[in-house]
Write a protein that binds this ligand. Structure first.
Ligand SMILES: *Cc1c(COP(=O)(O)O)cnc(C)c1O
Length: 962
């Protein structure tokens, strides 16, 4: 008989995912432990994590599954979802994601593992794609400036409301919302208006609006019931009263309709979902916002602009960037940070692939189906409105509503149930056709309404017409980029060309402090494009989403177990939205106890900009708490401020481990101080990667946290989104988690914060699969190695750059801040010089100037191998030697490769090269492979030029000449 095979950590089976996720091998780990001067990994962790919070109980999530077993489990779950044809509309539509875009963008790590393009020289590919997105939006809406994505249509409407409030001359505090906007939009507007002291008035604007009583108006175009209304007179009346008008507009309809800009709109918002992005049970999708001239500097979100590089060549970059990076702290009116870049890229590519004629043809077909559908319903004795519609037919059906809906379901079709009173007095049914609708679907809908009609017979009866005054005549998408890539070969090469310009995780480590750029495993990504997850409408009947229910319930339990909270909401679709939702929970909790006057929010000076921004949006007053010299929250200042504000104290927002990269010893005391003064503790969970499996915020005193699933739980960054920011709360806050009209009819104390009940549900399988494949032991191991790797970097870089902020054992947590500010004084080298020079060595820069100006924050994560860590450390040391050469007077900083970085092929091929260093020192510094060199597409980008000459849609082709 054979002896049983003994498994140790050094000979795990090939299917062991933990070994794939964690970069350093067991032997590397031993070497690293020794290098940091610890007796063992456990001893290091004991040095790092204060004993007072260490949590020895395992979260009891079970043992790890192999990739194969996890995917089999996901298959089982997916099979419980039923994919029907959803004609529910309400802002979500069937669409065809071209396969070439699915495989080469959505399923391509060169696109999905990229970071937000703060370092423009290594991001020219996705910046070009986003510029295309902005051009698409400006052309469709007829407004001159668009940003590169907001989170969803409903939150974009809330951003439009806030923008109107800031910019309108009118001093009123009421915002008028067309009663025919999508219901989830109205719900989110109400949630967002109330803490700002704004009120929402709804009704038919043509009839119920008093322009003098409002600062702005939102209309839906075409509206949620399908009507295409002419708002010209309305716009004039609102403008006369110094108010602003925002249109929520369907981008596909805008290929046929006069765009909002030509109707006088100040702002247009909407969802680009139907441009190729699957419904995904609610998201992620890119929302858009476009504004008229004069509003661009107060518009929220990221704006891509065109500038020039050091050689005068055109180069894209994020415009007005300082504005976004600080999110204007407590003066902020928006907290948006992570957006929807990957989805914006997909929508832009959908438009590039189809071009204006292709998009128009899709829109015409959709419009014709709607007209034929209406004709058939009329033939069957129903009375849809006679006014022209674009894609949505709403029919009063009276008492037959449930019978028709059921018959439609028997045809595997979902229609929208509209209650009595919303569309006329009787119950009605809404039918929205889309790109995927064919004749057979239209005939099946007729059968559900009780008649057998043939499409070709009804086609002649149809009134295929739009309102005369609203037929679009202006051209759009005339730029060559929307005409050049129509064959699949051309499209494939365009996508490849752009991604080749960028440096994403598929090329090198991205050591971004606070952002946790870890492995986004292929097995985690595979389920998200299965139709059972991607083709479900967010308002489909619950019985069709049983698989989602299993997945969401289990994921909530996993996250609760890992964080020590009692309840989790999966609705917030970014960390920033989680902060807002968490603060609303605190606010509602105080109100429920008769203490609505508790509105002061204490925030340490080191906090991420979204914290004060979210507090401002939740109607709280931000009071800043000082940090001491070691970077810790100053306990006596916390105590003093908490005492000073006494019964006005609502909460404190604390990031833990701190943004300074240290586990503060006194976290329990901090929580106790806040609680003793009647406040709640909001613990920013962005740094959970240092805690999972080792400590739990809910267990050491925090009341609520958001969890950035796109950081700790492996959702890829997508070049700046999507993300997810669920919140966990202790039991007393559970009644105040966000509700949603589709789940509870809008009856909860805190309403919706996102358009969809579960935010960006279709990317939740990524985090779920990750937890399944890691198990208790793997998650703990990942956290330990993340901490080890950060300490290894701190230890090896220490002799070369000061490392700021360590704990009393001389340890950092999962990230470390290196401080070159003294070198700046002696040599003039800036933190930007170092960041850009790293590009020449093939790396993405660490986080620059956050949380301490002039420094670099490095977070390696557990996924980087020791080999890659060493390569990065060696590059940083080589750069330090280049700085030493300046210090020694061998060349000035202006003459040095540091200041001219990054170097490009233009430098390599420069026949007039007259620099103080050679071209090979420029592009192949120490250790850089000549075979595998990554070249930045442009030289250093000039931000000042770009902000002075703001160009935010595709530049005319002459700009590229030479
Ligand atoms: C990333 C981050 C946030 C914001 O999260 P988003 O998902 O980008 O909205 C908040 N706080 C900290 C400390 C972060 O690192």
């Amino acid at each position: 008989m054979n002896a049983p095979i003994r498994m140790t950590t050094t000979d795990a089976p090939a299917t062991d995912f933990v070994r794939r996720h964690v970069g350093p091998s067991p032997r590397d780990i031993d070497v690293m432990v020794e290098a940091v001067g610890a007796r063992s990994l456990d001893a290091l962790i004991a040095d790092v994590i204060p004993a007072s919070i260490g949590d020895k109980r395992p979260p009891a999530l079970g043992a790890a599954l192999s990739e194969t077993a996890a995917l089999a489990r996901l298959r089982e779950i997916a099979a419980k979802n039923q994919v029907f044809v959803s004609l529910i509309g309400q802002g979500y539509h069937g669409t065809v994601l071209p396969a070439v875009i699915q495989r080469n963008v959505l399923e391509n790590p060169a696109w999905y593992t990229a970071y937000t393009p703060y370092q423009p020289e290594i991001s020219q590919g996705r910046l070009e794609a986003l510029m295309n997105f902005q051009t698409l939006v400006t052309d469709l809406t007829g407004l001159p400036i668009a940003n590169a994505s907001l989170l969803d249509e409903a939150t974009a409407a809330a951003e439009a409301m806030a923008l109107a409030k800031r910019s309108a001359g009118a001093k009123a505090t009421a915002f008028f919302v067309d009663a025919a906007v999508h219901p989830q939009t109205l719900a989110v507007l109400k949630t967002r208006a109330e803490p700002l002291g704004l009120s929402i008035v709804t009704g038919a604007p043509e009839r119920d609006l008093d322009p003098a009583a409002v600062f702005g108006v939102l209309v839906q175009y075409p509206d949620t019931y399908g009507a295409v209304r002419d708002f010209r007179g309305l716009v004039d009346r609102v403008h006369a009263a110094k108010g602003l008008v925002a249109f929520a507009a369907d981008p596909l309809a805008l290929t046929l309709l006069v765009p909002p800009g030509e109707l006088g709109a100040d702002i247009a918002i909407g969802s680009m979902q139907r441009f190729g992005v699957p419904m995904g049970y609610g998201g992620p999708h890119a929302a858009y916002m476009a504004v008229r001239k004069g509003l661009e500097r107060t518009m929220p979100g990221r704006l891509v602009g065109l500038s020039v590089d050091a050689r005068g060549n055109p180069a894209y970059r994020l415009a007005l960037q300082t504005r976004e990076q600080h999110i204007r702290r407590e003066k902020a009116t928006s907290n948006i940070c992570t957006a929807q870049v990957l989805l914006a890229v997909i929508s832009s590519m959908y438009a590039v692939y189809h071009g204006p004629e292709g998009l128009t043809e899709i829109a015409r077909r959709v419009h014709r189906h709607a007209a034929v559908l209406a004709a058939g319903l009329r033939a069957l004795g129903f009375t849809p409105p006679s006014a022209p519609v674009f894609d949505t037919v709403t029919v009063p059906v009276g008492s037959r509503q449930s019978e028709i809906l059921e018959k439609a379901r028997a045809e595997k079709i979902n229609l929208r149930a509209i209650p009595a009173g919303a569309f006329g007095d009787a119950p009605a049914i809404g039918i929205s056709v889309d790109e995927t609708t064919d004749e057979a679907v239209v005939e099946a809908v007729w059968r559900a309404f009780g008649g057998t009609l043939r499409y070709d017979e009804m086609a002649g009866e149809a009134d295929v017409r739009l309102p005369a005054g609203l037929v679009r005549t202006s051209a759009f998408l005339t730029h060559p980029v929307f005409h050049r890539y129509r064959s699949e070969t051309e499209m494939l090469r365009y996508l490849r060309k752009l991604s080749d310009r960028d440096l994403a995780l598929d090329r090198a480590m991205i050591p971004l402090g606070s952002c946790t750029m870890k492995l986004n495993a292929t097995a985690e990504m595979i389920p998200i494009t299965w139709p059972e997850f991607s083709d479900i409408h967010p308002f489909a009947p619950a019985e069709q989403a049983q698989g989602y229910k299993v997945l969401l319930d289990e994921l909530e339990k996993m996250l609760a177990a890992l964080t020590g909270y009692d309840a989790v909401s999966l609705q917030p679709n970014a960390g920033s939205q989680g902060e807002f939702a968490g603060l609303l929970a605190i606010r509602a909790y105080h109100a429920s106890r008769g203490e609505p006057h508790r509105t002061v929010c204490l925030i340490p000076s080191s906090a991420h900009g979204t914290n004060p921004a979210s507090a401002a949006m939740a109607g709280m007053q931000v009071v800043v708490v000082a940090c001491d010299r070691d970077g810790n929250v100053d306990l006596s200042d916390l105590e003093a401020k908490a005492t000073q504000h006494g019964d006005k104290l609502a909460c404190a927002m604390i990031t833990y481990p701190s943004t300074h990269g240290v586990f503060e010893e006194h976290i329990r005391e901090m929580c106790e101080i806040v609680h003793a003064h009647g406040g709640q503790v909001y613990l920013d969970g962005a740094n959970l990667n240092a805690q999972v499996g080792l400590s739990r915020p809910g267990a050491y005193g925090a009341d609520v946290s958001h969890i950035n699933l796109h950081k700790t739980f492996c959702i890829p960054h997508g070049g700046g989104g999507p993300g997810m920011g669920p919140i966990g709360v202790k039991a007393h806050l559970a009644p105040f988690l966000p509700g949603h009209p589709a789940l509870d009819g809008g009856t909860t104390p805190v309403g919706a914060v996102s358009a969809a009940p579960y935010g960006s549900a279709s990317i939740l399988p990524i985090s779920y699969t990750y937890v399944l494949m890691m198990g208790d032991a793997g998650l703990k191991r990942a956290t330990e190695v993340a901490i080890l790797s950060a300490n290894y970097i701190a230890r090896r870089l220490g002799p070369h750059y000061p490392v700021l902020y360590k704990n009393h054992n001389g340890r950092v947590a999962h990230e470390c801040i290196v401080d070159p500010r003294a070198l700046k004084e002696t040599t003039g080298v800036t933190v930007d010089d170092i960041a850009k020079r790293l590009i020449d060595y093939g790396f993405h820069a660490p986080t620059v100037s956050f949380p301490v100006a002039g420094t670099l924050m490095i977070e390696p994560t557990e996924s980087e191998s020791k080999h890659e860590l060493d390569r990065f450390i060696d590059a940083m040391i080589a750069i330090r030697q280049e700085i030493a050469a300046v210090a020694a007077g061998r060349l000035t900083i202006e003459q040095s490769p540091l200041r001219h970085a990054p170097h490009t092929v233009h430098d390599l091929a420069d026949d007039a090269w007259d620099r103080a260093y050679t071209r090979s020192e420029a592009v192949f510094p120490a250790g850089v492979s000549r075979t595998d060199k990554y070249f930045a597409a442009v030289n250093r980008v000039d931000h000042v030029h770009g902000d002075r000459n703001l160009i935010c849609s595709c530049p005319p082709i002459e700009a590229y000449a030479g």
